[in-house]
Design a protein around this ligand. Structure first.
Ligand SMILES: [Zn+2]
Length: 601
């Protein structure tokens, strides 16, 4: 491509709205352009990189035995009602009406459509396993689009769906996708850590995210300092600091005026926070029909027909993890209770007591509570707490579950034992990919069966697997840039070679040689960006550094007289003068595959 003809310009100014390096550089180098919040156009340079990422993904998916399909973005909304996800996704689902007033949705993901397609075309276990994948545009009405290409409302996703006859088959399909994902991220030059994750609105029996660690990430990851345990904070388990064993003591009211926080209470009574019980109030949103959902527990389902006040109790040294709490309530959405609602439901803010809590309030206790004797808890009376509150003797919860947040300094759930083993730390990151064991989450409610070996109908078990391409490009830039611009890994650079011609309008001989070299490079199978513009060397070199193509070749009058071409690797090293006759042969062979491997880990 000749830069004199190329569409799009580099920008000198850092665009005001861009707050991450990748967002700034992709805008400045002319890779993307923002149309509105969370919606971007891909410019020619950016589109080339994105298509290289796509090509790597397709190669790895095909190698893993997956078959490419293309599913519609426009979908009947009934499909989402049938799976129960219309409610779960809420406002994230873009909905519209066609001219016959039929409800439609723009696909935020494709489990329903893929499952329907599979069901319509598979009748026997002999057709299994099958994994389908696509590279498709997804639409999600995110409340807060941010971070450039990280959280957007229209984006490209590679999604895949596996169907197997049994658990062993699902394990194998899942492992094949997991390994393919590792290779994809490695080849794109984006180091990732696989972490245990919450399955959220997708559902299923467990999932792992591939996280790119970066301080600008919006996810918090918990990592063990000793073993390889890693989990998203939404999901992370931990060993609760043990409470000293004590015999239960008699309940005793104590005056605590003004002590409405754990800190104030602990200071006033001179006890550690771990000797108190912390109450946090939420409203769990109604989910009509939830009682019939296969995952519904009896207690939570009974209350799901209407908005339900929830009284969550954790030990005072811990915090409530809202995702875990929501999972304990079959995934119902939560919001904090307003002060007015707290009073309305018969609770006294700052002094609420789990003892004799109103019967319509759903009390959920963390696992830390039953094991911690003689806690200080509210007396449900302004200015008064109770000492020596004991779970089981004085009160019980409707649900006891892991609802506490793992934090830095907690002990590792996998390797810590007694004093030995690992401690958890936290880090920020961006989710690059997510693989799910869906199990029967879609096939059961959608009544999908195939005939089994014994002639009986069996329900296939599913997995699903997603990679966001736009954020993968952004992460590659976060990982590969310096103060001058992007330093693309050769595998996904928009071009292999940036050919810079200096003084071409003044020296016809040099201009002719630069044209010849452009042709020779292309004949050798290389993708070449040729800076044939009438610009100063400074402008050309700045643009080359900003755009970040791995190999820069400079042709100039001086080099021409010396019979050499200057070869400079973008990411590192000194410029090298290579004899004009040898330069093409000295370059890494054609295109993405042959270039130097990107440095990993
Ligand atoms: Zn560990």
């Amino acid at each position: 491509m000749r830069m004199s003809r190329a569409f799009g310009n580099t920008l000198r100014e850092v665009p005001g709205e861009a707050d991450t390096a990748s967002h700034q550089l992709l805008l400045r180098a002319g890779f993307v352009d923002q149309l509105m919040a969370g919606v971007y156009s891909w410019m020619p340079l950016g589109w080339r990189t994105k298509r290289r990422v796509e090509a790597i993904i397709r190669e790895e998916m095909d190698a893993a035995g997956a078959q490419e399909v293309h599913l519609p973005a426009l979908q009947p909304v009934e499909l989402w009602e049938q799976s129960g996800r219309k409610q779960a996704l809420g406002e994230v689902l873009f909905q519209l009406m066609d001219r016959r007033e039929r409800g439609l949705a723009l696909g935020p993901t494709h489990e329903e459509v893929a499952t329907r397609l599979f069901a319509d075309h598979t009748s026997s276990y002999r057709d299994l396993p099958v994994t389908l994948y696509q590279v498709q545009t997804k639409f999600r009405d995110e409340a807060r689009p941010r971070g450039g290409l990280v959280r957007v409302r229209e984006f490209t996703m590679k999604d895949a769906y596996s169907f197997d006859a049994d658990d062993a088959g699902l394990d194998e399909s899942y492992r094949a996708m997991f390994e393919a994902y590792r290779r994809i991220f490695d080849r794109c030059g984006v180091p990732t850590v696989p972490v245990e994750a919450d399955s959220g609105a997708i559902g299923g029996k467990g999932s792992q995210e591939f996280i790119f660690l970066t301080d600008t990430g919006e996810d918090t990851i918990v990592l063990c300092d000793t073993c390889d345990y890693a989990a998203n904070t939404e999901k992370a388990e931990f060993i609760r600091p043990p409470a000293a064993p004590e015999d239960p003591l008699p309940l005793e009211p104590v005056d605590t005026p003004g002590a409405t926080t754990i800190e104030a209470l602990a200071a006033l009574l001179d006890v550690p926070a771990a000797k108190t019980a912390k109450a946090v109030f939420f409203m769990a949103m109604a989910r009509p029909g939830a009682a019939s959902h296969p995952a519904a527990s009896a207690v939570a389902a009974a209350s799901a027909e209407r908005d339900t006040p929830v009284f969550a109790v954790v030990r005072g040294d811990l915090e409530v993890n809202e995702i875990k709490l929501s999972n304990a309530l079959d995934g119902r959405a939560l919001r904090p209770m307003t002060d007015a609602e707290v009073s309305e439901h018969g609770l006294v803010a700052g002094y609420a007591s789990p003892i004799d809590a109103p019967s319509h309030v759903l009390v959920v206790a963390d696992l830390s509570i039953p094991d911690s004797p003689n806690l200080v808890a509210g007396a449900n009376q302004e200015g008064t707490h109770l000492r020596n509150v004991n779970y089981g003797r004085d009160w019980t919860a409707a649900i006891v579950a892991d609802i506490a947040l793992a934090q830095a300094g907690h002990r590792c759930p996998r390797c810590a034992e007694g004093e030995a083993g690992g401690t958890l730390r936290t880090a920020r990151g961006i989710e690059m990919g997510h693989v799910f064991r869906l199990d029967y989450t879609y096939t059961k409610p959608m009544d999908v069966t195939v005939s089994g070996a014994d002639g009986q109908q069996v329900t296939p078990t599913m997995g699903c697997y997603g990679i966001g391409l736009d954020r993968l490009v952004a992460a590659a830039v976060e990982q590969h840039h310096d103060e001058r611009g992007i330093t693309w890994p050769a595998s996904i650079a928009p071009y292999d070679v940036h050919l810079v011609g200096l003084g071409l309008t003044r020296d016809a001989e040099v201009a002719a040689d630069a044209e010849r070299l452009y042709e020779e490079l292309r004949a050798a199978g290389l993708d070449v960006l040729f800076d044939d513009r009438d610009e100063s060397p400074g402008v050309k070199f700045n643009d080359a550094d900003l755009i970040g193509i791995p190999m820069r070749l400079t042709v100039s009058s001086r080099n021409h007289k010396a019979g050499v071409v200057e070869v400079q690797r973008r990411a590192e090293g000194e410029a090298e003068q290579v004899a004009r006759g040898e330069v093409v042969a000295r370059l890494p062979s054609a295109a993405s595959g042959g270039a130097a491997p990107t440095h990993m880990q």
